[in-house]
Design a protein around this ligand. Structure first.
Ligand code: AMP
Length: 477
């Protein structure tokens, strides 16, 4: 479907065109008319589907329709003849600083030809610049929940005029323990509002919250709730835990690749991987919650550059990041929750590209692999065993959250030959995954990001299309 058929006003059609978007993605074709109509929406969409434009374009369009004329009324107090700052009318909540900054960048791009103003607030850095940006008044605000509440409590943000409330990556916000903060925020925005909730997966908690906070929402699902995008070639190496670092170095050195993102379950693990890669002469950087925001921003900027390091990330740090041309995903550890696997591999094959996702599965991770296969309803091809990397660890069927499966030993016997080796010298003969027990998703290993250092970014969009913009500056501690 063409953008021009969606009912968006001219400044937003022009913005989409300026981005080079010719046709709307499926989520955009479905969501934009709903959001424009003012209806609530619950959207289940994979990453890389164009979700951000699907809600920001019509949200900005609606804000434009009700943009109050610039008031000449003097505000009370000492501000003299200055017009009253504009009221905050759209609030977008995001789980991480990086995603918040990214949404804010999108708002900038999609609002480029409108007079709307927006900014972003997130935790960790000094609030000084954020408060300054807010003082001028913004129509839309992107925020992580913790910093938002801090600023509301200090009186810098007034939520009483919010007309549109958006929860992006809602499942991730719950995983990160933001539910109490979200409840407080919902209590502070007007009951009469439009609410949009987006989530990559639809666990029951999200459905329950949607029932409480949304009113008669349209439900939109793009692709089955938990199926990885088709264009990703997925495979697994069955390998002993202690051999994983060597396998990673070998893989990275022998595989033609553009940008590679390696996932580690823990922050400590990510640092260890980077240290080892550097020792082996592989250019690498880590991104996780214990890094200062300056280090995170730097690593991300390097990763987007022409000479990217291998980026070793924890799940939360990488979630929602829109980085194009990630050719390879390596799951150094299998994630505790199969849904997380889908998020991880969704970092590749974005914007129409193809991608490769390779997982390293130790003997005690076979249960996790089995869960992933059940959720994705496909068998992940087992790579041929490489000389010197034959798995010898006992196979145990650990399921997520460290729980042990009662059916220990089952699944050990199903051996498959072959696989689809990608760039390795290999020999045949490898085991399949095992394990049965379904599991609930649970909190991540990362701490609440609102207590961490972050940077601020704020910008405004002027009516003549020129952008006044304060660049996000890395902050070094
Ligand atoms: P998102 O899922 O919002 O993170 O978007 C993923 C990527 O798709 C971003 O790089 C967008 O710029 C790009 N994108 C979004 N909508 C379109 C479209 N209609 N046509 C082409 N690319 C798009």
């Amino acid at each position: 479907m063409k953008f021009s058929e969606l009912g968006l006003a001219e400044p937003f059609l022009r913005a989409a065109e300026a981005q080079g978007y010719e046709t709307a993605t499926p989520i955009q074709a479905k969501a934009i008319p709903v959001v424009l109509s003012g209806q609530d929406l619950i959207g289940c969409a994979q990453t890389g589907t164009g979700k951000t434009a699907a809600f920001t374009l019509p949200m900005l369009d609606r804000l434009m329709q009700t943009l109050p004329p610039r008031s000449k009324k003097k505000s009370s107090g000492r501000s003299g003849g200055k017009p009253k700052p504009r009221a905050l009318r759209a609030l977008v909540l995001s789980p991480t600083r990086e995603l918040a900054a990214q949404i804010s960048d999108s708002l900038d791009r999609y609002g480029k030809f409108s007079p709307l103003r927006q900014t972003v607030v997130f935790g960790g850095v000094s609030q000084h610049h954020q408060v300054k940006a807010l003082r001028h008044g913004v129509d839309a605000l992107v925020a992580t929940p913790g910093r938002l509440l801090d600023l509301v409590e200090q009186g810098y943000i007034d939520l009483s005029n919010v007309e549109v409330l958006v929860f992006d990556e809602a499942d991730q916000m719950l995983d990160m323990g933001f539910l109490p903060d979200l409840k407080k925020i919902v209590a502070k925005v007007p009951k009469r509002r439009q609410t949009l909730m987006f989530s990559a997966t639809m666990p029951n908690e999200i459905r329950r919250l949607a029932q409480q906070w949304l009113s008669n929402p349209a439900a939109i699902e793009v692709g089955p709730a938990a199926t990885p995008v088709e264009r990703i070639a997925q495979s697994v190496h069955l390998v002993d835990k202690k051999r994983k670092p060597d396998l990673l170095t070998l893989f990275l050195k022998e595989t033609p690749r553009v940008r590679t993102l390696v996932f580690s379950r823990t922050k400590h693990g990510a640092d260890k991987i980077v240290k080892r890669l550097k020792k082996d002469g592989v250019y690498a950087a880590a991104i996780h919650g214990n890094k200062s925001q300056g280090a995170r921003s730097r690593a991300l900027a390097q990763f987007k550059s022409k000479n990217p390091p291998v980026l070793v990330a924890t799940d939360i740090a990488a979630r929602g990041l829109d980085i194009n041309n990630v050719s390879h995903i390596v799951n150094f550890d299998l994630p505790e929750s199969p849904e997380t696997y889908i998020h991880r591999i969704g970092r590749t094959a974005r914007a129409g590209a193809e991608g490769v996702a390779v997982s390293f599965c130790a003997g005690d991770e076979r249960g996790l692999l089995k869960q992933i296969e059940r959720l994705t309803k496909r068998t992940i091809a087992v790579e041929k065993t490489i000389d010197g990397f034959e798995p010898t660890d006992p196979v145990s069927l650990r399921s997520g959250n460290g729980r042990q499966n009662g059916s220990q030993g089952r699944g050990r016997s199903r051996y498959r030959k072959g696989g689809n080796s990608r760039g390795f010298r290999a020999k045949t003969g490898s085991a399949s995954s095992g394990g049965e027990q379904p599991r609930r998703r649970k909190g991540s290993t990362e701490p609440d990001p609102k207590r961490k250092k972050a940077t601020s970014a704020s910008s405004s969009v002027s009516g003549n299309g020129t952008r006044k913009r304060r660049r996000r500056r890395p902050v070094t501690k």
